[in-house]
Design a binder for this molecule. Structure first.
Ligand code: URA
Length: 275
């Protein structure tokens, strides 16, 4: 990393010129881990949320006839569940997610990444969260790992128009950090309704986060879960959906020797589809 002293030296030295100073500043940002510039001016989100909390507190102490406690302070996940349940089709669900204010990832993301592919497909894929490319384009799995996923599915004769893709989180976590349990919990009702509306014949869970979230198997890692068939229950009385966890293509890009495992898993998927 370029030290502060170095940055000041290169940024203000008249001998080095304004272009050189700008390049040094950008290098310093890059080395400090800044990989996205979102807005012209910084926004103090902590001040925003503190102001909102103060307003909420004032609103809550004001009503003449107090409402039951759960109506005053509904948990955000409960609110998400109520909103999601009211969406009867994908465009209503998309609109509901787009107007949902309960997940702060929305504030830092450029775009909502809802879903892509064919909503009438037999196979629905659920990944973790959008990365930088997905965030820019508003579509899941369009970056390097998405392109590998496309090639892997093409190898069993399935293209993107014959599957449907979404993620556990519809907004990119800043800097591609791991999603927090709170973010997952608050977005889960939307994902559950998404699956219920698409109602696929087979659900493929791409990577650790999707597998652990939907299978609720915290103790087993993806290397133990992958390639095994599980079931996912959308609603009481509805036939459970067969589920196949697979390794995440981002992991395969880092560990190409593991690709053979995914090849075996995709052959299993193909066999199941041809039954
Ligand atoms: N990784 C994911 O899990 N989802 C995407 O959409 C892209 C990369």
């Amino acid at each position: 990393m370029i030290g502060k002293e170095n940055m000041n030296e290169s940024a203000v030295s008249p001998a080095s010129g304004p272009g050189f100073a700008l390049v040094s500043l950008l290098e310093w940002y890059h080395d400090s881990g800044v990989d996205e510039i979102l807005l012209e001016n910084p926004v103090d989100r902590f001040a925003d949320s503190a102001a909102k909390q103060t307003q909420t507190r004032h609103r809550q102490t004001a009503p003449a006839s107090p409402a039951p406690r759960h109506e005053l302070i509904p948990s955000t996940a409960d609110t998400a569940r109520d909103i999601a349940k009211q969406a009867n089709d994908l465009s209503a669900l998309r609109a509901a997610v787009a107007s949902f204010e309960g997940c702060t990832l929305k504030n830092t993301a450029m775009n909502l990444v809802f879903g892509d592919g064919n909503p009438a497909a037999d196979v629905m894929l659920v990944g973790e969260a959008p990365g930088a490319d997905e965030d820019r384009q508003g579509r899941p799995f369009v970056g390097a790992s998405g392109q590998l996923l496309d090639r892997m599915f093409a190898s069993i004769g399935i293209d993107r128009n014959s599957i449907y893709l979404t993620n556990v989180l519809p907004w990119r976590p800043p800097g591609n950090r791991n999603p927090t349990p709170g973010e997952i919990a608050v977005c889960l009702p939307f994902l559950q309704q998404h699956i219920a509306l698409v109602s696929p014949k087979i659900l493929v869970l791409v990577g650790t986060v999707a597998s652990k979230t939907l299978l609720r198997r915290d103790k087993e890692g993806i290397l133990r879960l992958r390639g095994r068939w599980f079931t996912y229950q959308t609603e009481e009385g509805i036939e459970p959906i067969p589920v196949l966890p697979i390794l995440h293509p981002a992991y395969l890009l880092r560990s190409p020797l593991q690709k053979g495992k995914t090849w075996q898993d995709l052959l299993q998927l193909k066999r199941k589809l041809s039954k």
